[in-house]
Design a protein around this ligand. Structure first.
Ligand code: DQA
Length: 151
């Protein structure tokens, strides 16, 4: 059976490439998707890559990952990281390892970005690696669950 990793992106990440490039770089969400698919291929994972500006849709995707037996979720919940108890509770409700990713180093930014509702229910968190953080998160997920690496 295919092992699927869900890569979930929250609000405003559809604007990657043009949104505050000094903070988030010039890579687009399409570039991020490509990066994730390349990383996932190394571990024989399928990728479900999604972006939503709506909190409830992200909650629904987390439930779908749980119901579908996903091997993991890589999530950049954007600003919902700092506000959403609903996304935190959805993660806690499913039996799927979650890796939290942020493109920027949130700890080097405004203090309201220093708190994450997701971190306490995530297996691991990483930030500040730019969009490469997504690939690192997939590699880290594979290491956590002991998946075989192809190269
Ligand atoms: C972000 C950091 C958040 O604070 C911000 O609201 C985002 C992007 C990041 O990837 O660095 O939308 O999650």
């Amino acid at each position: 059976m295919a092992k699927t990793v869900y890569v979930l992106n929250g609000p405003n990440l559809n604007l990657l490439g043009t949104r505050e490039p000094k903070t988030y770089g010039r890579a687009t969400l399409k570039d991020v998707e490509k990066l994730c698919r390349e990383a996932a291929r190394r571990h024989d994972f399928e990728v479900k890559f999604e972006q939503s500006n709506h909190e409830g849709e992200i909650v629904d995707s987390i439930h779908a990952a749980g119901a579908g037996g996903a091997v993991g979720i890589v999530i950049n919940a954007g600003a919902y990281t700092h506000t959403s108890v609903a996304i935190r509770d959805a993660i806690a409700a499913v039996d799927v390892p979650v890796i939290e990713v942020h493109i920027s180093n949130v700890f080097a930014r405004e203090s309201f970005r220093h708190h994450s509702h997701i971190a306490p229910v995530a297996k691991a968190s990483l930030c500040g690696f730019g969009v490469d953080g997504y690939a690192l998160a997939i590699d880290g997920l594979a290491a956590l669950i002991g998946a075989r690496r192809k190269d």
